[in-house]
Design a binder for this molecule. Structure first.
Ligand code: MG
Length: 387
């Protein structure tokens, strides 16, 4: 770059060294991509990862995939796309406060759900059973397949050719699965940015599931009054905002709860990092214990809240009914494609020789949005539906 007005990559990387903590992952120190590429004039490696993820097909499909509520249930519920954006926002806040690499944490969250099947975990469970003989199905592994193999955008490589740091972040716990490309090198712990991404995801879904649960009527304020963390947070909001409408109180309770969880996570993590004193990003990854973690008190309260959601929301009869339907839909699709692969698009059949029939079909089904899977199911099984 010629003009000194432009902040080029070298300058940005120098700023990172000044601005970020010693234990943060610096983009200039990236362990690189599987297929080496020339660096970009003004974007860092992690900015490039983030941009590649946002411009991918799998990212656009997140708009029509759900976690708890199927898309046709209403326009105000979270989708995987809005969940991902909320999670990324929370991750940036935490990373910035701890002087970690915000763009790496952001890239990991933006990618973390790309491997999810239609219909949330019900879809994942169904594919896992159907692929029992072929090593099963797991969404983190599928995310790595999406970014490493399934996106087709570049001439010199399959997938997005992301940095090892972003790939390690989406893979999470490491894996014993077979993967056609080299897996990121194992470390005792994920990078601090990956740890932030993981917990930001959890804070995001716990809060928006509460919000969507109330909006849908599956949860009620009366029921939630028995949940200590919710109850205490709501009581403090009500006391601070006399006369506020119920809609505002509900929104502000969620705001206060996110704030409480994020603030505690930042404070408790800072204390842990301080005590451990990692002198570099590599030293942080060599620690056997997670340095990014809530205080024991808040972690306990958050666990109780998650148990509450399990019992009253994720296992609500209406949610279970939709889950069973989802399992049946994916089971039907899989059985029909296996029995007669000619019903599949050509590009899926073309992948049989390389991936094996079962895995290629699972990749195809996992990539579907909720609405595509529903429509396809109807086309295949409803005699009155045009094919
Ligand atoms: Mg998620």
């Amino acid at each position: 770059m010629t003009s000194s007005l432009v902040r080029d990559r070298a300058r940005y990387e120098a700023e990172e060294r000044e601005r970020l903590a010693a234990f943060a992952t610096k983009s200039a120190d990236s362990r690189g991509r599987l297929v080496p590429e020339a660096s970009h004039p003004y974007r860092t490696e992690f900015q490039r990862d983030r941009d590649r993820i946002v411009h991918s097909r799998a990212f656009r499909r997140l708009e029509y995939k759900t976690q708890v509520f199927v898309y046709h249930e209403g326009d105000h519920y979270r989708t995987r796309l809005t969940h991902t954006l909320e999670g990324a926002q929370i991750a940036r806040t935490i990373a910035r406060a701890l002087r970690l690499n915000e763009e790496l944490a952001e890239a990991i969250v933006l990618a973390h759900d790309l491997g999810h099947t239609p219909f949330g975990h019900a879809g994942e469970r169904a594919l896992h059973q159907l692929l029992a003989a072929e090593g099963g199905f797991e969404h983190n592994r599928q995310t790595l397949r999406v970014v490493d193999l399934l996106e087709e955008r570049y001439p010199g490589f399959r997938g997005l050719n992301l940095t090892e740091e972003t790939r390690a972040g989406v893979l999470k716990h490491g894996a014993a699965w077979s993967h056609p490309l080299p897996l990121p090198a194992a470390a005792a712990s994920p990078s601090l940015e990956a740890q932030v991404a993981d917990l930001a995801d959890e804070i995001a879904y716990t809060n928006h599931d509460l919000d969507d649960g109330l909006r849908s009527g599956l949860l009620s304020l009366g029921l939630l009054a028995e949940e200590p963390l919710w109850h205490a947070t709501r009581a403090s909001v009500v006391a601070r905002m006399p006369g506020a409408s119920e809609r505002v109180l509900r929104a502000q309770t969620i705001v206060a709860l996110i704030n409480r969880l994020v603030t505690d996570l930042i404070t408790a993590s800072a204390a842990r990092i301080d005590a451990a004193g990692p002198a570099s990003a590599a030293a942080a990854r060599a620690r056997p214990e997670a340095l990014i973690a809530s205080s024991p008190e808040v972690a306990g309260a958050a666990r109780a809240l998650k148990r509450f959601l399990f019992e009253h929301l994720y296992h609500h009869p209406r949610v279970l009914r939709m889950n069973r339907k989802a399992e049946r839909i994916l089971g039907d699709l899989y059985a029909i494609y296996r029995a007669e692969p000619r019903q599949l698009p050509r590009n899926v059949v073309d992948r049989f020789s390389e991936e094996g029939e079962a895995r290629a079909i699972a990749d195809y089904i996992a990539g579907m949005t909720d609405r595509f899977a529903l429509a396809e199911h109807k086309k295949l099984l409803d005699p009155h539906e045009p094919v």
